[in-house]
Design a binder for this molecule. Structure first.
Ligand code: 4AD
Ligand code: MG
Length: 434
């Protein structure tokens, strides 16, 4: 009978059985007639023990010469062992080395950021990156499941666009067959609004681009954004959707990615505190706090800078919702607050522990004339927004949504210092390679 192929993640399904494992040497130590290989197969890490008498001389000798990242197939028995990380160990009975490698550049010792980023294609094999990418994938799955279960339809927005959504200063221009200019999308929102008028509750989830000239620990030039949009929705609906989403994702990750969070030495209690009932504050009340704060350089009427957001968020252990920003600092499409036309029905969600802005959203202006005035005021090319204005001409309804920066969320949940580790192949102002 064929020996089953197992993955390290699911060794528990094969306890006591003989299996085949395929992977790479993460680490090897040898003691006389014993080799200990930490095998990684992408799903996990497991210790494989080779006793000289249990395997062929050829295998014993080739394994003895195989260093980090040598590729191999092993056969052996899955043995439960409480002392082993993950609870299992493999007693090897056979196998083969596919390629014996030496001098893998990324060793467990410390390397500088530039060294690692230049070797991102290899760096991804390290245990820490393994933990981050598996958590990122779980977060994406959890997000999609959250929206799908609530009946939101996934409708993609295009990536080539003829106009700006979030201000004209961060647009990447692309040559589109010579005479036409196109831009890489900054946000799928405008199309998500059209989709919401067609399908009700929708979301778009994909890459977005910003020509950010800022080199911070929170900015990428290419990042993924998840943007739900709801027809017949108010700012209140938008906030509660965002809150439910964050609580759900954090709880899913705590349930399914414990091992990975352990590898990252993440303080779980910070995530467990994220239970819902997020604190809320208006822009005006937040301004008062900042104006009196000795460490803040906040100027009344301005948007909050990252240090201001940090001061405010540090007062809470759950994400903080800030609402009713000045119209002057926000995008053209936001709806004016009925009680004060200098404010808009906007909300930002600022993560705890220095996570910064995770989410930006709003109720949208549904009135045609007010929107026309806003587009003119922002000096945006009216003809490019004609299709968008149609949404206010044909069955306009109150609606709203938000954008969640995936890598910002990954950074916070994983407790990562710099956002570059939250993206498999990060794109920043000074880096597009590998
Ligand atoms: O606040 P932003 O600019 O909002 C929008 O784009 C809206 N159109 C979204 C909507 O309502 N549908 O961006 C949304 C989120 C931010 O809160 C942040 O998490 C993330 O996108 N983000 C970035 N993440 C990484 N690198 C950057 N340069 C980012 N810029 C924004
Ligand atoms: Mg924003």
């Amino acid at each position: 009978r064929a020996i089953p192929l197992a993955t390290i993640e699911h060794l528990d399904r094969f306890a006591g059985q003989n299996v085949e494992l395929r992977g790479w040497v993460h680490n090897r130590t040898s003691k006389g007639k014993l080799h200990f290989v930490t095998l990684r197969d992408g799903t996990g890490y497991v210790q494989c023990v080779l006793k000289k008498n249990d395997v062929s001389d050829e295998l014993f000798d080739t394994i003895g010469a195989a260093s980090q990242e040598s590729s191999l197939r092993l056969f052996g028995e899955v043995r439960a062992d409480d002392r082993a990380p993950g609870g299992y160990e493999i007693s090897v009975t056979g196998g083969e080395v596919l390629q014996s490698t030496s001098d893998f550049p990324i060793t467990p010792k410390e390397h500088g950021a530039d060294f690692l980023l230049s070797r991102r294609h290899l760096w991804l094999r390290s245990r820490r990156q393994w933990a981050i990418m598996r958590t990122r994938s779980a977060i994406m799955f959890s997000l999609r499941r959250f929206f799908d279960e609530r009946g939101f339809l996934c409708i993609d927005s295009p990536i080539f666009t003829p106009s700006a959504c979030e201000g004209t200063s961060t647009l990447f221009e692309v040559d589109y067959f010579g005479d036409e200019k196109a831009y890489l999308t900054q946000s799928g929102q405008l199309y998500a609004e059209a989709s919401a008028m067609a399908f009700g509750n929708v979301y778009t989830f994909g890459p977005t681009f910003r020509a950010e000239k800022s080199k911070t620990r929170r900015h990428l030039t290419e990042f993924w954004m998840l943007e739900p949009e709801m027809a017949f929705a108010t700012l209140e609906d938008v906030i509660s959707l965002a809150e439910d989403m964050i609580v759900r994702v954090v709880s899913d990750v705590l349930e399914t990615r414990r091992t990975e969070l352990d590898v990252l030495e993440r303080d779980i209690s910070k995530l467990e505190a994220c239970k819902g009932g997020f604190p809320r504050i208006t822009y005006d009340d937040a301004s008062k706090i900042l104006l009196e704060h000795p460490d803040s350089e906040f100027v009344e009427g301005d948007d909050f800078g990252a240090p201001d957001e940090e001061i405010l968020a540090a007062m809470h252990d759950q994400p903080l919702v800030i609402t009713h920003y000045p119209k002057a600092v926000k995008a053209f499409y936001m709806k004016e607050a009925p009680e004060n036309p200098t404010r808009v029905l906007a909300m930002d969600i600022i993560g705890p522990e220095g996570a910064g802005e995770l989410i930006g959203g709003s109720q949208r202006e549904e009135d045609l004339d007010t929107l026309l005035a806003a587009i003119a005021h922002h000096q945006l090319p009216m003809q490019e927004f004609e299709w968008y204005l149609d949404l206010r001409r044909f069955g306009s309804v109150p609606h709203g949504g938000f954008g969640l920066g995936l890598e910002r969320l990954v950074r916070w949940i994983c407790g990562i210092e710099h956002i570059r580790e939250a993206s498999p192949y990060p794109r920043m102002m000074t880096r597009i390679r590998p």
